[in-house]
Design a protein around this ligand. Structure first.
Ligand SMILES: [Zn+2]
Length: 420
């Protein structure tokens, strides 16, 4: 059973920052009048996500009549205030009826304002949003998606600490979380408390007694329910304004596919399953969506039985990097095999008991990792970091060690490498 709250159809454009910035510099520097490029298209129920990997700049644009009938394309035009007539611009671009054209019209005098239009089947309609994918995650919006004022008293402390601008971004943000166990549930509560507007939760597991101490916020009344729907219910009690969609089916099922194909602002994995993490890395790169991967481990020290070391990895992976090449897959071959195997296939190799890999779990380690993960996402939104790996190592009997570094994908990675 899948609890689904109806979502309004949206059309969004995503542009790689590596394509957008040089084009914008030339446009605003009056070097050229237009930036343009082909678009990839990802359909989801009731809407589309358009994706631009490259932009050319020039004083003239190759029109629709000189492009393939199936090609979707975009044009970024710069104008001086009222001087540009949209109808005239479109008639000059000659889009074919079979093509979709996305138009961004920037005002050179006031570059932060932007008209965003979608020309499809001979009609113009507004584009909901344009996102520049990279550090800062610049978002141009046609209109304010936030429909209601927040509970001002409740959010005043968070808003005061975070700043109104960032808090507003979170209120209009959607986060999809794959895995709603220990870290997934903690992250959900932290994101709800931070003001995130919509969460989508995906997990097929059932809540068992041994899960409960790792999932503060859930109660004994939730035992026996699916983790995703039990968590959704508790989240809605905690934050009634939060919109929650959940799916209790396996990641390779059709309902899960429908949930995952809806565009979101952040894809999160908090799962032990490498095939699922690889699957989300592929999706994140295909849809130009940031991917946040959280892993924790409690391991008994061989030399000191009864005393455990604590470990956590938090990886923020922007398009152009992924879990396959940056690191984090225990056995990449097995992950690819499982990803490509038909449902019901036998597991490759010997099944591994959870206790063979870890000693157990500690809710405070999950909360620590998730708290850091939230701040790393905020750093991305503030434009302070790009792809990033934060590692916590708390060896038995030693102080906590925190290491971090910027990361990049490799040039020949089959998941995240593009020729752009
Ligand atoms: Zn990669």
């Amino acid at each position: 059973m899948c609890a689904v709250i109806t979502e309004r159809a949206t059309c969004r454009l995503r542009i790689r920052r590596s394509a957008w910035e040089p084009a914008l510099r030339r446009l605003l520097g009056r070097g050229s009048n237009f930036a343009f490029g082909s678009l990839r298209r990802e359909a989801f129920p009731g809407g589309w996500l358009f994706l631009a990997d490259q932009l050319e700049v020039g004083d003239t644009v190759r029109g629709g009549d000189r492009r393939s009938p199936q090609e979707d394309w975009c044009v970024v035009a710069v104008t001086n205030a009222e001087s540009l007539q949209i109808e005239r611009l479109i008639s000059g671009l000659l889009p074919r009826a079979s093509q979709t054209l996305v138009l961004l019209i920037l005002d050179r005098q006031v570059p932060e304002t932007c008209q965003m239009l979608l020309w499809h089947a001979g009609t113009l309609q507004p584009l909901d949003a344009c996102e520049i994918v990279g550090s800062g995650m610049l978002r141009l919006e046609q209109h304010n998606e936030v429909d209601s004022l927040p509970d001002e008293r409740r959010s005043s402390r968070t808003r005061g600490a975070m700043g109104a601008q960032l808090h507003d971004r979170l209120r209009s943000a959607t986060v999809t979380i794959v895995g709603t166990g220990r870290s997934g549930s903690q992250l959900s509560f932290l994101l709800a408390a931070a003001g995130v507007g919509r969460l989508r939760l995906l997990d097929a597991d059932t809540l068992l007694p041994e899960n409960l101490d790792g999932m503060p916020g859930l109660t004994v009344d939730d035992l026996g329910q699916r983790k995703a729907s039990a968590l959704a219910h508790r989240l809605m009690c905690f934050a009634p304004n939060l919109l929650v969609t959940c799916c209790e089916h396996p990641a390779n099922s059709e309902p899960a596919r429908q949930l995952l194909q809806r565009p979101c602002d952040l894809l999160v994995t908090t799962v032990d399953n490498d095939a699922a993490r690889l699957c989300i890395s592929l999706l994140a790169n295909r849809t130009l969506t940031p991917h946040l991967d959280i892993g924790t481990l409690v391991r008994q020290a061989d030399s000191s039985p009864g005393r455990a070391g604590l470990f956590a990895d938090i990886r923020l992976l922007l398009p152009g990097s992924c879990v396959a090449c940056v690191g984090g897959l225990a056995d990449p071959d097995a992950a690819w095999y499982e990803l490509n195997a038909p449902p019901g296939s036998l597991q490759r190799g010997e099944p591994v008991s959870w206790s063979a890999q870890r000693s157990g779990s500690l809710a405070h380690l999950n909360t620590l990792a998730c708290s850091i993960a939230v701040e790393i996402w905020l750093q991305l939104l503030r434009g302070e970091i790009d792809s990033w790996w934060q590692r916590l190592t708390w060896p038995t009997g030693a102080p906590l060690q925190i290491t971090s570094s910027a990361v990049q994908g490799t040039n020949n990675c089959p998941v995240c490498h593009t020729t752009n």
